[in-house]
Design a binder for this molecule. Structure first.
Ligand code: ACO
Length: 361
């Protein structure tokens, strides 16, 4: 028995491999550094989906562009958004409205397109503006920022977001991917599986951490305050956001890719310098206070810095994570449907047994 399923292998996959001891992430045969340097988000989609049923044709950028347009048309049927929902709940609501009646072969494309289109639309509506229609001729990351800002997007911003989406596109059997595969294994459909992935992602122990990373930086305020603030937090049983990982026992390789992206974006180098000081202090506090555990920086710490530098609101961070990770969810769903079995583990019953001779009322 393994509570939390540490070290349990529940699927074979050709998608990605997380080597927690070496701090290595391999996506379909490519090291993360190579992937981030050389591939666009669309190329990673092609790589992840290759060999599986439900593939788009050769020009994924054009097909994804057309699918964004289709998603934008479907969006109109779901407006207005329920105002009492948070931003991520509004994205969940919109994705839930994708109909299973869509041609199965188009569903992966539409799910990826819709996550970006709906995220941009939700953020605009929350800012009091109307959603902006997609431009199918653009790259996904570039068009996402254009739909959000409704202005010409500098190429280095588009490139930075594209690298972010590539970096988070897939990561083994993380909680949201496992949730998506479990739902897919019941043959409930691709859109339901993607919604399940999003629901798992939004928790602070998974994809909900980067907004709170910035809250933590704000609360610390200055380098002098860092050690004392972080020590207090750990002593009070709080978790330092952006640190620790179930699989990595060394630094998360995605943190360094994103740190480089954040540095490339910043005109104000002081913010990164301050983040580095807080990071160093946090690692020191965790080493002192959590002896026997190896707690290193994870992907979310520098995710927060990249998305902040792109002037994206904190409430959007998990949605933008989903905009990248939906690539991995759809690929794993296709893989699960291609010969996978129903995922149905067992639990160990630790409740009372019926008392002989005592009938239930
Ligand atoms: N800050 C303080 N203590 C921590 C942290 C942290 N960030 N991470 C783990 N610990 C401590 C726990 O309190 C626990 O201590 P204890 O044994 O004294 O009680 C010990 O380390 C083990 O904790 P577990 O929860 O069993 O470790 P797990 O492998 O399940 O944790 C997790 C992984 C959930 C990511 C954890 O490190 C965490 O909560 N981090 C903060 C939130 C975060 O950054 N989430 C994003 C993760 S990356 C991603 O999903 C994309």
């Amino acid at each position: 028995m393994s509570i939390g399923l540490d070290d349990v292998i529940a699927a074979t996959t050709v998608m990605s491999h997380v080597d927690g001891e070496a701090g290595r992430l391999i996506v379909r045969g490519y090291e993360l550094d190579d992937l981030a340097a050389k591939f666009s988000f669309e190329e990673v989609l092609g790589l992840l989906w290759s060999g599986f049923h439900g593939l788009p044709g050769d020009d994924i950028q054009a097909e994804l562009g057309r699918a964004r347009f289709e998603a934008f048309q479907l969006l109109q049927d779901s407006l207005p958004l329920p105002g009492q929902l948070s931003a991520i709940e509004q994205l969940r609501y919109l994705l839930s409205a994708l109909p299973d009646s869509v041609d199965v072969a188009r569903q992966p494309l539409l799910a990826v397109a819709a996550t970006g289109v709906f995220t941009a639309a939700v953020l605009r509506i929350r800012g009091g503006a109307a959603p902006v229609a997609p431009d199918p001729s653009m790259g996904h990351a570039h068009d996402f920022l254009r739909m959000l800002r409704n202005e010409v997007v500098p190429a280095h911003h588009a490139k930075a977001l594209d690298t972010y989406l590539v970096t988070v596109a897939d990561h083994g059997l993380n909680a949201s991917t496992f949730a998506a595969r479990t739902i897919a294994s019941t043959q409930a459909g691709l859109f339901s599986s993607v919604v399940g992935g999003l629901c798992a992602l939004k928790g602070p122990l998974h994809g909900g951490a980067p907004g709170p990373v910035l809250d933590m930086l704000d609360a610390i305020g200055s380098e002098e305050n860092a050690r004392a603030w972080l020590t207090d937090a750990v002593q009070n049983g709080e978790r330092l956001m952006g640190f620790g990982h179930r699989v990595y026992r060394v630094r998360d390789p995605r943190a360094d890719v994103l740190k480089r992206v954040a540095k490339s974006l910043r005109e104000d180098a002081n913010r990164i310098k301050f983040a580095e000081q807080v990071e160093a202090a946090a690692l020191g506090v965790l080493a002192d206070r959590k002896k026997g555990r190896v707690l290193e920086t994870n992907v979310e710490f520098y995710t927060a810095l990249v998305l902040e530098a792109l002037k994206l609101p904190r409430e959007s961070f998990t949605m933008i994570f989903a905009t990248g990770r939906v690539a991995g969810w759809t690929a794993h769903i296709l893989e699960q449907l291609d010969g996978g079995r129903l995922i149905r583990p067992q639990s160990q019953y630790v409740g009372p047994m019926p008392t002989p001779g005592v009938a239930a009322e």
